[in-house]
Design a protein around this ligand. Structure first.
Ligand code: GH3
Ligand code: MG
Ligand code: MG
Length: 336
């Protein structure tokens, strides 16, 4: 019986209006929502528009028979699982086998025994519910596998996959691709001074700021602890820097609220973009942004540095030397 928030929707398909009417009245009285179709084509259109929870399908119909309708529905991967109960006047093994091979889940023979039909419908609807729950779980698991749970942005593994795809696409079509790497400044102090939970709140709010500032086609990922990457397809270095600086300003102006107060933060950013003569692989692109971020840190933080720009070129050597000597300290702590 229909005890759900919505009663199951049953699609009755039969070329004889009398048969349709009898089933409609019988099943309607049991509380099901009912839709009806007088031929296979109409049934397919209705299924595409609003997939029912169960189909009662007449086998023998002119133009397109029930076996063909079942075959088409079951082979359409865009549809959810829809149980199909065939109704046939021919109680032969051959006709049942044909129907089951076409994708029917169960059978009833005409004239219909309503007690039997109801039992078979209940069983089919239970199967439908189990399949739907499984499908929803799978979607949820797939989502979890690519998402950072604290911030809701993509995790690093998935961002790498996206970067791979986007970089290939850019190479093929000669389209720009900018990559901005963000690292929150002195984030360790946030944790030290305000507690780890305040730190977590900052990370979550920073992600929210990013989400508001990007376009639909941009992709955000958490690359490390307090390090985030934004992929901006179709965006060159100038526009990438403009975007990054807008984020930097928003962060500077933002009051990060946490349970117990509010605090201020800044962020440093390195921006690189393909096409650039020094960038041939996605690894080059990431490293170029990372090196730029490192220069931003060295130059005092709360800065955006563009790859191979004047500030980058004037400082990258010092920074590299410090890095190589392991003397990067004070103003030039390696982000990450
Ligand atoms: P810099 O300006 O040079 O980037 O300094 P920093 O303190 O931000 O950088 P550092 O890499 O030294 O410290 C990063 C800190 O981020 C250390 C780590 O405990 C903290 N962190 C990493 N992941 C998380 C997290 O998920 N939550 C919180 N609260 N803190 C985190
Ligand atoms: Mg940091
Ligand atoms: Mg860091």
């Amino acid at each position: 019986m229909a005890t759900e928030a919505y009663a199951p929707l049953i699609l009755i398909v039969d070329d004889h209006p009398d048969n349709v009417e009898v089933l409609r009245v019988r099943l309607g009285a049991l509380g099901y929502r009912i839709a009806t179709a007088g031929d296979g084509e109409t049934a397919l259109t209705m299924v595409a528009e609003q997939p029912p929870d169960l189909i009662l399908l007449d086998v023998m119909m002119p133009h397109m028979d029930g076996n063909e309708v079942a075959k088409r529905i079951k082979s359409d991967t865009t549809l959810p699982f829809i149980p199909i109960i065939m109704q046939t006047a021919l109680d032969t093994t051959h006709s049942k086998v044909t129907g089951l091979e076409a994708g029917a889940d169960d059978y009833v023979t005409k004239p219909i025994n309503y007690a039997e039909l109801q039992a078979r419908m209940n069983s089919a609807l239970r199967l439908k519910k189990a399949r739907d729950e499984l499908a929803a779980k799978n979607v949820q698991l797939a989502e979890m596998a690519i998402t950072d749970s604290l911030t809701g942005v993509y995790n690093r593994r998935h961002l790498d996959v996206l970067l791979d795809e986007m970089f290939e696409h850019s190479l093929r079509l000669h389209e720009y691709l900018a990559l901005a790497m963000f690292d929150i400044d002195h984030f360790k102090r946030v944790n030290d001074n305000f507690g780890h939970q305040a730190g977590d709140a900052v990370l979550a709010q920073f992600s929210r700021l990013l989400k508001h500032l990007v376009r639909d086609i941009d992709r955000i990922g958490r690359y490390g602890g307090e390090e985030f990457v934004v992929l901006l397809p179709g965006t060159g270095l100038d526009a990438g820097v403009t975007f990054a600086d807008r984020v930097r300003q928003e962060v500077e102006a933002h009051r990060f609220e946490y349970d117990g107060g509010a605090l201020k933060c800044t962020v440093s950013v390195g921006v690189a973009a393909w096409q650039h003569p020094g960038i041939h692989t996605r690894q080059n692109l990431v490293k170029a942004a990372d090196d730029s971020l490192y220069v931003a840190k060295a130059l005092g933080r709360n800065k955006v540095i563009r790859f191979a720009g004047p500030e980058f070129n004037a400082n990258v050597k010092d920074v590299d030397d410090q890095h190589a000597n392991g003397t990067a300290s004070g103003g030039a702590a390696r982000p990450g």
